[in-house]
Design a protein around this ligand. Structure first.
Ligand code: GLU
Length: 372
C-alpha cells in the first residue's frame, strides 16, 4: 500500500510520539531512541518536508520527578502538576536534540478550546504555518496543567489529528507501542491479524479497536487512534499507525510500510472538515424524516423539518443534527436557541410574523453543514 501513501512524499507531516515510547521505565527520556526519530525528521527537513511533532510524555516524566504514584494519573491535580514539571524537560530535550541538527524547536501547548473555536483555530493555523515557513519544527502537546477534564482532548492521538488539520498537513503518523490495528485484540486472540489499509472507516473498524492502552503510560489506546483516524481522513489527511518500538521508526515505516494506513477521503472543504472533526457541540436539533432526506441530498436544513431544539447555543455555534436517535450531521446554527425554538416546525413564509424580522433562508445553510 506504500504506492498509495508514503509519509516521505508529503509536503507537511504530523508525527505523534506516545508516552510509552518516549519515557523509559526509569522515568527518563529514552534519549537515544528519540534522537533516532529526530534524525529521521532532520533528513526530511533537509529534503524540504515540513514536520510538526505532537509529543506526549510530560505527565510520565513529571510524575517520576515529583515522586507521584500511578504515573501521575492518580488525580487531576497530580496530572496537572506532573505535566508542568515534565513539559519543561520535554521542551529542553527537543530543543537540544533538534538544535544538534541546526533546527529550531518551537513549543505550542494547546487546550481543546483552542481548536474548537473557529477564530482560535485559525489563529493556531496561522502560527503553525508561520513557524513551518520559517523552517522551525513545532512541538505540540496538550496544555495539561491548565486543561480540566471538560476541556481536555485527553489523548494526543486526537490532538495530533486536529493539529494536523490546523497545520494543513497531508498526513499524520502515530508512532505507537503497537504496530497497527488488528482485527481483534492480539494479546487475547491469536488469530487476530494486522489490517494494513483501511479504505472505509466504518463500524466494523470501530469494533476492532480496543480502548486499552498497551503500556498504561499514555492515555490513547486503539479506540482513540481510530477516532483520530476518523478526524484525519475526513479532513483529507492519511493517518498511519506505525511501530515506534524500533530505532529510526519513520525511516523503517517508509521502507517497509508495515503498519496500518487509514486512507484520506477527498472532497470536503477545509471549513466543513473542521466542523466534522470538532469534539464538542453546543446543542442539538432533532429533525423529521423528510428533512433528513433533504439533508442527505445536499440541501439546507429548513426550520419546518426541525421537531425539537435542545442545548444552549447562539447563532454560529456548532450543533448536532439527530434523526431517529442517530446523529447524522453537524452544522453551525443560523439562530440562537429562543428563535430556533420559536420557528421549529414552521414554514419559511410564516416565520417573519413569529420572529419580528425577515427570516434567514434556512435553520442551517448547507455551506455550514456536514453529513457524518
Ligand atoms: N499530554 C499527555 C502528556 O504529555 C499525554 C496524553 C496521551 O497520553 O496521549 O503526558
Amino acid at each position: 500500500m506504500s504506492a498509495r501513501f508514503s509519509p516521505a512524499a508529503c509536503a507537511r507531516l504530523v508525527v505523534k510520539i506516545g508516552s510509552s515510547l518516549l519515557v523509559g521505565s526509569d522515568g527518563q527520556v529514552r534519549r537515544d531512541w528519540l534522537a533516532s526519530v529526530l534524525d529521521d525528521i532532520a533528513i526530511r527537513r533537509a529534503a524540504g518536508q515540513q514536520v510538526v511533532i505532537v509529543s506526549s510524555g510530560a505527565i510520565a516524566l513529571g510524575a517520576r520527578r515529583l515522586k507521584l504514584p500511578k504515573g501521575g494519573r492518580a488525580s487531576l491535580e497530580d496530572a496537572q502538576a506532573a505535566a508542568a514539571c515534565g513539559q519543561i524537560v520535554l521542551a529542553r530535550t527537543y530543543a537540544e536534540l533538534l538544535g544538534g541538527h541546526g533546527i529550531e524547536a518551537a513549543q505550542i501547548l494547546l487546550t481543546l478550546g483552542d481548536l474548537e473555536d473557529r477564530r482560535r483555530y485559525l489563529n493556531v493555523a496561522a502560527t503553525l504555518d508561520r513557524l513551518l515557513s520559517l523552517g522551525a519544527v513545532p512541538v505540540l502537546n496538550e496544555n495539561d496543567s491548565v486543561a480540566t477534564a471538560e476541556i481536555r482532548f485527553g489523548d494526543n492521538d486526537r490532538l495530533a489529528a486536529r493539529a494536523g488539520q490546523a497545520a494543513g498537513a497531508n498526513a499524520v503518523v502515530l508512532l505507537s507501542d503497537i504496530d497497527g490495528l488488528y482485527s481483534g485484540n492480539p494479546s487475547r486472540d491469536p488469530s487476530a491479524v494486522l489490517i494494513p489499509v483501511v479504505e472505509r472507516l466504518d463500524v466494523t473498524i470501530d469494533a476492532m479497536a480496543d480502548a486499552r492502552s498497551g503500556s498504561g503510560l499514555g492515555s490513547g489506546g486503539m479506540a482513540a487512534k481510530v477516532q483520530a483516524a476518523r478526524i484525519a481522513v475526513q479532513a483529507g489527511m492519511h493517518l498511519a499507525i506505525a511501530d515506534g518500538r524500533v530505532d529510526h521508526p519513520l525511516a523503517r515505516f517508509d521502507a517497509t510500510s508495515h503498519g496500518t494506513v487509514f486512507v484520506a477521503e477527498g472532497g470536503t472543504s477545509p471549513r466543513k472538515s473542521w466542523l466534522a472533526g470538532r469534539l464538542t457541540v453546543a446543542g442539538r436539533l432533532t429533525i423529521d424524516a423528510g428533512a433528513a432526506k433533504a439533508l442527505k441530498s445536499g440541501k439546507s436544513l429548513l426550520a419546518a423539518g426541525v421537531t425539537t431544539v435542545s442545548g444552549k447555543f447562539a447563532r454560529g455555534d456548532a450543533v448536532e443534527i439527530v434523526t431517529d436517535g442517530a446523529v447524522i450531521a453537524r452544522g453551525l446554527a443560523g439562530y440562537d436557541v429562543p428563535d430556533a425554538t420559536a420557528i421549529a416546525g414552521v414554514r419559511n413564509d410564516a416565520q417573519a410574523a413569529i420572529l419580528g424580522y425577515a427570516p434567514r433562508s434556512a435553520m442551517i445553510h448547507r455551506d455550514h453543514l456536514v453529513l457524518l
